[in-house]
Design a binder for this molecule. Structure first.
Ligand code: G6P
Length: 615
């Protein structure tokens, strides 16, 4: 989704802005632009369709001087991706330039009103309305930019993070946020950085302020950060420490972030468990469970809301919590949940799973659940993001920044947290025996090492991948805990290789997808030795009987399926409920290697965004 970068300081802004945009490339975008107040006092805006590198080429012969600037990567919502629709947008007089993330819902009405006053528009975007409205209010009421924004934003309905430059005030950026994240970095010497997440800021400063909804902030060189609410009250922003290292933001020798992140998983799961599982490896402590023990023990129902990959993790969480804690769990797409007037009781616990902590639909579901009086818990990765700040409690997955658009380590991190959460709640509710609890905790501590063994299959999978590049459709089958793994495997393939893929519960195949099976359609079956193993073997036989080509994920040493499958990938054994932590890895690798074979841009698949901050 769109990305914002800003800088006010004593250094040259352009290189900082371009570098910042590159750090945000992972969010997904189709055009980019930059605005600086040049050394001669002019406000220069440059924009181009395509990548940040295209913007750099476009800027080669231009005046890129100046120590104050804003920059943007756009993911088109209103108006096609072209340079006119790219941000920043000039105001009618050329005095202001604005960048915007989000969607303005009443832009048609606002635009019509402004056009009646002879204001001409240069783009098809909803965003341009903001800069025209702000300037119109500023000039007709003789206000400064900050005052004009306060008035203008009262007329705006929708979601926004905006940053605005005024040529008349070359050392200042004014920005505002409503339902779309914005982070201010406090640099040395009175300088400020601005971004839609901490990644472009991390290399300059570890002191940040996360703006809240309704905040308008003035970033003026050498002056204290001034934050005021939309209603005019002065805010006292909390300065927080971020601990993202530069290494975490770079590829570290891997050709793509996605591969790096797949390989990081053993360490990520260790980090996720560190300080939570004791050194003896037989007890889990989660402060969210300690702090909200009563509500969790008494919960009549748990509702998990999420989108995309996080929704798949939720499906695994459901099975874990229901089987260990004996609490009914419902899993909801946040986008559906928020609009269907769901029944939410005060003794429900709502868990919002979101890697970014900024997904607009999940955020809205959190609001709804809080409004209904439920305890809301976040399971997030991005520290200090909106969901962790808006929920009463939560558990961070602590897997470090995930840059590849296709989620990998965040998925396994989410599953690991849900496993720990289920075990903790089960212990408190006494729905698990001491013996089983301890043996499960011990098994969880062995998962990173088993992940490492699984990753050794990467070369084997790479060789196998070229066989599947011809495929137009693929089927992924699994049962029980491996059914969400099948869904996630199919999603990974679709996202980055653009091959259509479906995940199905293996037995359900008979009710439709079996009609599609022929020798042209690869079928990937997760057939590890678990409770449902024999049943999955029968499903594999059904595929074979129709001439289907089977690639099976099997438990090390299993000979039975080996004879039925065209290809096998061996996995270390673990207990059923932790199998997704292992089995998802070869499917991530498979999707990765197939996409690379097809020459795709794995980290930045077309049309997708890492952080979906619009509904
Ligand atoms: C986008 C991303 C997915 C992600 C989903 C939910 O679609 O491309 O990888 O799973 O959003 O994101 P969240 O940050 O809420 O987990």
């Amino acid at each position: 989704m769109c990305g914002i970068v800003g800088y006010v300081g004593r250094k040259r802004a352009y290189p900082i802005l371009i570098k910042g945009l590159k750090r945000l490339e992972y969010r997904g975008y189709d055009s980019a632009g930059v605005a600086m107040i040049g050394d001669d006092g002019g406000l220069n805006v440059y924009k181009s369709k395509g990548k940040v590198a295209d913007l750099e080429t476009h800027c080669e012969e231009k005046d890129t001087t100046g120590t104050t600037g804003i920059a943007h990567t756009r993911w088109a919502t209103h108006g096609e991706p072209n340079s006119a629709n790219a941000h920043p947008h000039y105001s009618a007089s050329g005095r202001l330039a604005l960048i915007h993330n989000g969607i303005i819902e009443n832009y048609v009405t606002l635009k019509e009103n402004l056009m009646k006053r002879d204001i001409a528009f240069r783009s098809d975007t909803d965003s341009e309305v903001l800069v025209q409205l702000i300037e119109y209010i500023m000039l007709s009421n003789q206000l400064d930019l900050f005052q004009a924004m306060q008035v203008a934003l009262h007329q705006v309905i929708g979601a926004y993070a905006i940053a605005v430059l005024d040529r008349e005030h070359p050392d200042t950026i004014v920005c505002a946020r409503q339902s779309s994240p914005l982070v201010v970095g406090l640099g040395a010497d009175g300088e400020y950085f601005l971004a839609s997440d901490a990644s472009p800021i991390a290399e300059y400063t570890d002191r940040v302020v996360y703006l809240n909804d309704g905040d308008i902030a003035v970033l003026q060189l050498g002056k204290r950060l001034n934050v005021v609410s939309l209603s005019g009250e002065r805010q006292h922003p909390k300065v927080r420490q971020i601990d993202v290292t530069l290494g975490q933001l770079e590829k570290g020798g891997y050709p793509f972030f996605m591969l790096k992140e797949i390989f990081e998983q053993p360490q990520c799961i260790r980090d996720c468990m560190r300080g939570r599982i004791n050194v003896e490896g037989d007890r889990i402590t989660l402060s969210a469970v300690i702090d909200y023990r009563e509500a969790l023990v008494a919960a009549r129902r748990i509702i998990i809301v999420a989108c995309g990959t996080s929704w798949h993790a939720a499906l695994i969480g459901k099975q874990l919590i229901e089987s260990l804690c004996r609490i009914p769990v419902e899993v909801e797409y946040a986008s559906e949940f928020r609009y269907r007037n769901p029944v939410i009781q005060p003794d429900d616990v709502v868990i919002a799973i979101s890697q970014s902590g900024e997904t607009a639909d999940t955020l809205a579901a959190v609001d709804l659940a809080r409004g209904a009086g439920a305890l809301v818990m976040g399971v997030c990765n991005a520290i200090g993001a909106s969901i962790p700040r808006l929920t009463q409690t939560g558990v961070y997955i602590h897997v470090g920044p995930e840059i590849g658009v296709a989620s990998t380590k965040a998925f396994t991190g989410q599953v690991a947290v849900l496993a720990m959460l289920a075990l903790c709640i089960a212990k408190e509710r006494q729905t698990i025996s001491d013996e089983l609890y301890k043996s499960m905790v011990r098994e969880l501590t062995l998962i990173p090492e088993k992940m490492e063994r699984t990753l050794q299959a990467s070369e084997h999978i790479e060789k196998m991948a070229s066989i599947f590049t011809y495929a137009r459709n693929c089927l992924y089958l699994g049962r029980g805990y491996n059914y969400p793994v099948a869904l996630e495997g199919a999603l990974k393939l679709k996202e980055i290789s653009y091959i259509h893929a479906e995940g199905y519960p293996a037995a359900e195949m008979k009710h439709g997808p079996i009609a599609l099976i022929d020798s042209e359609m690869p079928v990937f079956v997760i057939a590890t030795r678990d409770k449902l193993y024999e049943k999955v073997v029968s499903n594999v036989q059904e595929v074979r009987a129709r001439g289907g080509r089977v690639t099976a994920l099997i438990t090390e040493g299993d000979e039975q399926i080996r004879h039925l499958a065209d290809h096998v990938i061996e996995l270390p054994d673990t207990i059923d409920c932790f199998q997704p932590l292992i089995a998802s890895i070869p499917l991530q690798l498979l999707a990765y290697h197939i996409a690379v074979c097809k020459g795709k841009d794995v980290d930045r698949p077309r049309n997708l965004a890492k952080s979906v901050t619009v509904e």
